[in-house]
Design a protein around this ligand. Structure first.
Ligand code: C5P
Length: 258
């Protein structure tokens, strides 16, 4: 394909095709209620292209990634398959589509269950983070190749964070119970990278309320490491995020001519 930014063949990238094979699972089965009414979030357009296609291209831009498994809305697998067929994607990457589940955790597990045996490194990437740069993807893969069981891209926080006693009724004042030291906090993004066996074990044994995959590995008592994230890897959650995402794409088009 022509419109994905790729390293030149001579450029030494951490994510070279040699070494353990890497697959990416993209959970894209969420409704995206906070974005307002409309199609499932991953299928909404950013500058005319579905968010999911941007996310798939962002993963396939890494030369280390040879398979992308898209977890589609439960009743939308056929639609997602035709979307992938209709958009230009790198030929060196294989694509699979499986139907997702009720929760993000369930959707990721369904994606993992569809992985062929010969992949030792697995990344999990939210379709809702369509603009993550390839250098962030490669940095995560490199840290797993260097021996980490679980890797998260993370950024320092701009805001001070308070822990509160949540009010029973939205909008009521909430007592603050703690103020963690901001310098020790990080906002965690995706793709998160894993040694495949560790992630499988986490998904087979950890239950309960989790918001990311690395959190499940932590519950196994294993170490998770953070590498620098990127401000363009933000999650598209609310209507204003769509405006920001389109502004980032417009700036890229201006700078890179893609
Ligand atoms: O809900 P949230 O925006 O945090 O979702 C993060 C990612 O998980 C999104 O890409 C969404 O499509 C996906 N998801 C899923 N299956 C669900 C719920 C969310 O694949 N049941």
């Amino acid at each position: 394909m022509s419109d994905v930014s790729r390293p030149s063949p001579t450029e030494a990238r951490p994510g070279s095709p040699a070494g353990p094979r890497t697959a990416v699972v993209i959970p894209a089965a969420g409704r995206g209620v906070r974005l307002g009414p409309g199609a499932p979030k991953a299928l909404r357009a950013l500058n005319g292209t579905p968010m999911l296609i941007h996310a798939v291209r962002a993963m396939a831009a890494s030369r280390a990634v040879s398979l992308v498994v898209v977890v589609a809305p439960p009743d939308g697998a056929a639609e997602v398959k035709s979307l992938l067929d209709a958009h230009a994607l790198p030929e060196r990457t294989d694509f699979l589509v499986v139907p997702g589940g009720e929760s993000r955790q369930e959707s990721v597990k369904l994606g993992l269950d569809a992985l062929p045996p010969d992949y030792d490194i697995v990344l999990v990437h939210d379709a809702a983070r369509p603009l993550v740069p390839v250098d962030t993807v490669d940095a995560v893969i490199e840290a797993v190749r260097d021996g980490a069981s679980a890797v998260v891209p993370a950024l320092p926080l701009a805001d001070t964070v308070k822990e509160v006693e949540p009010a029973a009724v939205t909008g009521e004042p909430e007592p603050v119970v703690a103020t963690p030291q901001r310098a020790r906090l990080r906002a965690v993004q995706t793709p998160q990278g894993f040694d495949r066996a560790t992630l499988m074990r986490a998904h087979e044994t950890v239950t309960g309320d989790v918001t990311d995959d690395a959190g499940m590995v932590e519950r196994l008592g294993l170490t998770v490491v953070a590498v620098p994230g990127h401000e363009e890897a933000f999650k598209v959650t609310r209507p204003l995020d769509l405006v920001l995402a389109e502004a980032v794409l417009a700036r890229r088009r201006l700078n890179d001519g893609f």
